[in-house]
Ligand binder design. Structure first.
Ligand code: SF4
Length: 495
């Protein structure tokens, strides 16, 4: 059969193709911005395997690119490329060159600076006037850095990439002759926003977190001298490390041959970790700042039933992150939970760019109900959030086509009404459906019999305090993105 132009793959660049496809498939999902992982030991350990295992556990936090920097015999070697963690590790040869005594690694999803290969982390800085050299990985997004970047360029610091992470790197590099914690403290002083960073030097590994602790970062140990740092505890489990504690907001922790040392970043701020980590981004087997993610998601489902009970025959969850809340809703209501929405886990690895016609089938291809279990039944469906509403609408259509008698939609997070500038890739406000429709309008638009969102008050109740960022639900952020005047960065909110 003759091929039409529409059928031909339009772009030759695989990286672009993959990202375009990802946008098509994931267009109604929020994307985590990155995962960081690191290990330091005074002795030579299996850094290659440890990094591979740890980063594999953090793959959900970024699938565009990955990379590692290994410290071996005082030298830092870096490998990074587009693709998944295992794609990158397959390129490393000989493996022995990457069996050192310390490593940092990164799984990437782009938020600031664009998709350029130059922005793949770790980023490396050579300090010409003497050691230490630096290699850095960053989870988060810093804001209002334009003035600082210009200053650094004027001072002769080289900018090789376009990401906010390089601004952090060069700002610290400016003070490279000082003790590491002093260089970090001084370098981070003019920078605001969300950052959980690992910085590898020729003889140490530093972990530090912004004063609000917006993105997570924890510490574990493999033995008394070998320390592990990770965005989430699931990576500690993957390498067999014991959890010690979280890096505190505004804390610098340095691991070197003498052990762990804690310093202050010298900036104050109200602890405000991202509440969306709990309802959606983090893996359900992680524990963040003392909260078991799975249990919290079950509680969100129970709370949703308390908020808006309904009579129904079956509860289903949108895999994966909607499932624990569906189980919670089921436990609270007594309505049976059934895993009858099936997810195809291989979508993004299986296709080149589809034609426009097939685009509409993507949701169906990714999530397919077991029709005979849906037919004639009153269904409660739980998802982690509603962003643009496009996926939810198609999913409702699929359930109707499968014969659902009634559909009651419950979102395990509050309405997303304001974009995030603190490290989560989110559509503009005009594309956030809950920012542009009332709940009644949205109920009609989705075509459901009832709709409800977990309220911000309920979310605060199940989290146990208001020391979190709820910015995308309230429009109020721990660090406002308002103007470029340094003093105004200090504006904070009280819940
Ligand atoms: S605005 Fe939303 S997604 Fe961004 S840090 Fe705050 S809670 Fe998390």
């Amino acid at each position: 059969m003759m091929k039409t132009n529409q059928d031909k793959p339009k772009y030759k660049n695989n990286f672009y193709q993959r990202n375009l496809l990802k946008k098509l498939i994931e267009e109604d999902r929020l994307e985590e911005e990155c995962g960081v992982f690191g290990v330091f030991s005074p002795e030579n350990i299996g850094t290659f395997s440890l990094a591979q295992f740890g980063m594999f556990a953090l793959q959900h936090r970024g699938q565009e690119a990955a990379g590692i920097s290994v410290l071996k015999e005082g030298n830092i070697r870096t490998v990074k490329s587009e693709g998944l963690v295992l794609d990158v590790f397959k390129q490393i040869e000989p493996v022995e060159d990457f069996q050192g005594n310390a490593v940092i690694g990164h799984t990437r999803y782009t938020t600031a600076g664009g998709m350029s290969k130059k922005n793949i982390q770790p980023l490396y800085a050579v300090n010409y006037y003497g050691k230490p050299h630096f290699s850095i990985v960053h989870n988060g997004q810093v804001i209002e850095t334009d003035g600082l970047k210009e200053e650094l360029i004027n001072e002769g610091l080289p900018f090789l990439a376009t990401s906010d992470t390089e601004v952090i790197l060069r700002s610290i590099q400016r003070y490279a002759k000082e003790p590491l914690e002093v260089a970090i403290r001084k370098g981070m002083k003019p920078i605001r926003g969300a950052y959980s960073v690992l910085l590898l030097t020729d003889h140490s590994l530093a972990a530090f977190r912004d004063p609000h602790g917006i993105r997570p970062l924890c510490i574990g140990k493999l033995d008394e001298k070998t320390f592990v740092f990770s965005s989430e505890t699931c990576a500690l489990d993957a390498v067999g490390a014991e959890f010690i504690r979280d890096v505190e907001p505004g804390e610098i922790v340095v691991a070197d041959n003498e052990g762990l040392h804690s310093y202050s970043l010298g900036q104050s701020g109200k602890s405000s970790i991202c509440s969306f980590e709990y309802v959606y981004f983090a893996r359900p087997d992680s524990n963040i700042q003392g909260t078991e993610i799975y249990n919290l998601r079950v509680r969100s489902g129970k709370k949703l039933y308390e908020q808006s009970p309904v009579e129904a025959d079956v509860v289903i969850g949108v895999p994966d992150s909607g499932v624990p809340s569906a189980i919670g809703y089921s436990e609270a209501s007594g309505i049976p939970f059934e895993p009858i929405l099936v997810k195809n886990r291989y979508m993004s690895r299986s296709f080149i760019v589809p034609s426009q016609k097939l685009r509409e089938r993507i949701v169906n291809l990714k999530l397919n109900p077991i029709a005979e279990k849906i037919k004639g039944r009153r269904v409660v469906i739980l998802d982690d959030s509603i962003v643009r509403g496009t996926t939810s609408k198609i999913l409702i259509k699929i359930l109707k086509e499968a014969g659902a008698k009634e559909i009651h939609f419950r979102s395990a997070s509050p309405p997303v009404v304001s974009p995030c500038h603190l490290g989560i890739d989110m559509p503009d406000k005009k594309d956030l459906i809950a920012a542009n429709m009332t709940q009644k309008e949205l109920t009609e638009y989705l075509g459901v019999d009832s709709l409800d969102f977990l309220s911000v008050e309920s979310l605060i109740e199940i989290l146990g305090s208001n020391s979190y960022c709820f910015g995308c639900f309230t429009g109020r952020y721990p660090v406002e993105k308002i103007n470029k005047e340094p003093e105004s960065y200090q504006k904070r909110i009280e819940y």
